[in-house]
Write a protein that binds this ligand. Structure first.
Ligand code: C2E
Ligand code: CA
Ligand code: CA
Length: 740
């Protein structure tokens, strides 16, 4: 086995095992190559030859971990990684063997495995380099154990989340705990990261800190490596800091140095040694990881998630919410640039606008890329007027962006919406939504302009109401906060059979209050939620009628369901209705569907197919709001509906408007010729009721015949209902009491 003086690499094996569960064993060779360590069950026969191959590979390949891979007969694969130290000197070879079994009979590609085990290789690299620096001198075991705890922590958190305490603060705190330094700072100017923590909790003098920041950043840019200063010359000048300093570069993915993690100690403290440097480097890497996860690589701005996280921290500090403003920016017509000049040109434009955004705002502004070409900034302690001034500067600077040479010729402009933060469950999301609405208004009003969210702006209000309503609607759809009411439709002349009903949807508010469809359907329509709503209604109606279908008797009694144009467009909707009818054993003869004239004519072919399919199984159809569309009569022959529902606007003024009166008469006659029946809506008074009967209309619906009541209640009490609207009463005065 390995020489007794060498301590175990077991901790690394544990780490690799976490990364690669099918790990079988690990061997470590020095640069000779001679094996210096192997895990307990290591038995790879050609290990030295493999290590030599890895070293040969390293001569040809200057990357960090040049590697070779072999599949062994024994159902295993080995991966050997040459490990380099600073200045590309070879330190040794780490060989890992994995078992290929079960679902994984083929070896993973080398590159894949390299990425997978890289965190462990990084640790091993440090270890091997320390060993070569320190010779065979044994290091304190306790310190090593702590290192591993830290390394484990770092590698197991390799996907930094934005959820917990500020990651950068955690990095600084870890640095102080693990190196014993008095002060830790992280400066990444690109990302507007400037953080500092002291062991004592006492803040540092800002001026001194600023100086240190400038010096160290310049220095680290020059040196591109970790710098340790333990001996301080007799300090006479004002700008030389009387501290021991350990500074590590924070690198971009491209290896470019973008910042520095700096640790400080007073002259009396112990020196910063190689071990502390290792910890600091690991933490600087961690900072890079956090930055990568929190910043959009295309623009360098924060991700939306990171913005939310930072905003949370900011808002947790208290103070007036409306002291802060949010700015929402959308690049005008970027799709045209993308389509004409290519996505790469579009990406460049986004990056340039992002730069304009971050350069134009004060350093405490939090700038983020929300998605695609939408950017946003949270401006702390900036009122709407000041925010507008910033926005104007951004707008005019962005308008001056010119395409790079060779990219073609186009203009760049942006539309910006501004809104204040306001009290709500989630102030940032709410403000982003309002600022987005203002931005949309800016687009509507001609683009390349700024709009501020104002409570009095009608178009903004409508959109804002939509946003609020849609939120409520989505949650109502999620937790079934709807109910169906049923309003009677009664024969107007003599006894033409049993009553009919129209099912009308109501949304239930937070406190159980009833919200009528007029309050949410137009927003649902704009946000394409109608198909979901219609499906809810069909599902509920079919379920209730399926349960009670048998008890409802055989002769006609119909329940009308309103459908939207959006559902007619949806190819799968007719299958859905079918499945609901079958699944719930709903007698199809109980169902009637109301389509508005506009929806049916707008989707004529689909409407025809839908009507035909459901009529075949016994459902009926009504054309709703009839008479309001311009070309109603012309299209009537193409739509095989059973009923025409004469729009309430004609019915209402049929008594004193002779035009309306003759219109109703004409519709009633036309319907007869086409073998359709007519229903008058909004029959609000007895006089109207009598009038409609005179004009030849078959059915009436309206407050004079009865208001809507809960559908479930109606089904329960249908027998009583029918008794109260017996033919004699139906022809006479209204007998159906309104019920809520
Ligand atoms: P609609 O289909 O024309 O429904 C008739 C509307 O007139 C109902 O309003 C009803 O309560 C109201 N109404 C009935 N009789 C009278 C009356 O005598 N006087 C007056 N002033 N109004 C009367 P509601 O329930 O608010 O529904 C409004 C609209 O919302 C409906 O107009 C329909 O287009 C839509 N809607 C309602 N429920 C649904 C549904 O389940 N699905 C879909 N897609 N749309 C629905
Ligand atoms: Ca209707
Ligand atoms: Ca109607």
């Amino acid at each position: 086995m390995q020489p007794a003086t060498e301590t175990s690499f077991d901790s690394y094996v544990r780490l690799i095992k976490v990364l690669m569960p099918n790990l079988q064993g690990v061997a470590v060779h020095n640069r000779v190559p001679m094996r210096i360590w192997a895990s307990a069950d290591w038995d790879v026969a050609d290990q030295d030859a493999i290590a030599e191959d890895a070293i040969a590979q390293a001569r040809a390949d200057s990357s960090d971990y040049p590697a070779v891979m072999y599949t062994l007969d024994s159902g295993r694969a080995v991966y050997a990684f040459a490990v380099r130290g600073e200045r590309i000197a070879l330190l040794g070879v780490v060989t890992i063997a994995v078992t290929l079994s079960g679902i994984r009979l083929e070896a993973r590609p080398l590159e894949y495995v390299r990425k997978l085990v890289q965190p462990a290789l990084e640790c091993l690299r440090r270890e091997l380099s320390l060993r070569s620096e320190l010779g065979s001198r044994e290091r304190d075991l306790g310190v090593r154990e702590r290192d591993f705890a830290l390394m484990f922590d770092i590698s197991s958190n390799s996907a930094p989340g934005a959820g917990d305490a500020d990651e950068f603060d955690r990095i600084l705190k870890t640095a102080m705990e693990h190196t014993g330094c008095a002060l830790a700072a992280l400066w990444v100017p690109d990302k507007k990261i400037s953080k500092c923590a002291t062991r004592s909790g006492q803040p540092m003098v800002p001026g001194v800190l600023k100086l240190a920041e400038q010096h160290l950043l310049a220095w680290i840019q020059l040196q591109q490596r970790t710098i340790t200063i333990n001996r301080i010359a007799n300090v006479t000048t004002q700008d030389a800091a009387p501290y021991k300093i350990l500074a590590c570069p924070v690198r971009h993915r491209s290896e470019r140095v973008m910042g520095v993690l700096a640790l400080f100690n007073p002259p009396s403290a112990a020196d910063f040694d190689a071990h502390k440097a290792l910890i600091a480097e690991l933490l600087a890497k961690r900072a890079t990881g956090v930055i990568q996860a929190h910043y959009d690589p295309g623009t360098g701005l924060m991700t939306r998630q990171a913005l939310e996280h930072q905003a949370q921290i900011l808002l947790a500090c208290g103070g007036d919410l409306d002291a802060h403003s949010i700015l929402y920016l959308d690049i005008d017509r970027l799709h045209v640039i993308n389509e004409t000049f290519g996505m790469h040109v579009g990406d460049d434009v986004i990056a340039s606008v992002a730069e304009v955004l971050s350069q134009s705002l004060p350093s405490d502004a939090l700038c983020a890329r929300i998605s695609g070409d939408r950017l946003a900034a949270l401006m702390p302690n900036t009122n709407l007027a000041a925010a507008s001034a910033h926005a104007e500067r951004i707008r005019s600077t962005a308008a001056a962006i010119t395409p790079r040479a060779g990219q073609g010729s186009f203009d760049v402009s942006v539309s910006i919406g501004i809104a204040p933060l306001a009290n709500s469950d989630n102030p940032l999301a709410h403000a982003l939504a309002t600022a987005e609405i203002a931005c949309k208004a800016a687009k509507d009003r001609g683009r390349n302009r700024i709009e501020t969210f104002q409570d009095s702006d009608q178009s903004i209000i409508r959109r804002h109401t939509d946003v609020l309503v849609i939120g409520k609607l989505r949650s109502a759809l999620g937790d079934d906060s709807f109910r169906l009411d049923a309003q009677p439709i009664l024969p107007l002349r003599g006894n033409c059979g049993r009553p009919r009903f129209e099912l009308l949807l109501r949304m239930l508010g937070d406190r159980g209050e009833i919200i009528p469809p007029g309050k949410f359907l137009s927003a649902a329509d704009r946000y394409q939620l109608m198909p979901t709503i219609d499906r809810w209604v069909v599902r509920r109606a079919c379920a209730l009628l399926g349960e009670r279908g048998a008890a409802l008797g055989d002769d006609t009694l119909r329940f009308a369901i309103n459908l939207s144009g959006q559902s007619l467009q949806d190819e799968s909707f007719s299958d859905f209705v079918h499945a609901q009818i079958e699944g719930n054993r709903t007698p199809p003869r109980l169902l009637c569907f109301e389509l508005t004239e506009t929806a049916a004519i707008g989707n004529l072919k689909k409407a025809q197919a839908f009507i035909e399919r459901l009529q075949k199984i016994g459902c009926q159809f009504a054309l709703d709001d009839f008479g309001t569309g311009v070309s109603s009569l012309a299209y009537l022959k193409d739509l095989a509906v059973n009923y025409l529902k004469i729009d309430g606007s004609f019915v209402r003024d049929a008594i004193d408007n002779s035009r309306s009166e003759s219109m109703i008469k004409a519709i009633a006659q036309l319907a007869k010729i086409m073998c359709m029946e007519t229903i008058a809506e909004y029959v609000e008074t007895d006089a109207l009721r009598a009038r409609m009967a005179d004009l030849g209309v078959d059915y009436g619906q309206g407050f004079a015949m009865g208001k809507a009541q809960r559908f479930e209640d109606l089904l329960q009490e249908l027998a009583i209902f029918e008794a109260t609207v017996s033919p004699t009463t139906a022809a006479g005065s209204p007998a159906v009491a309104a019920r809520r």
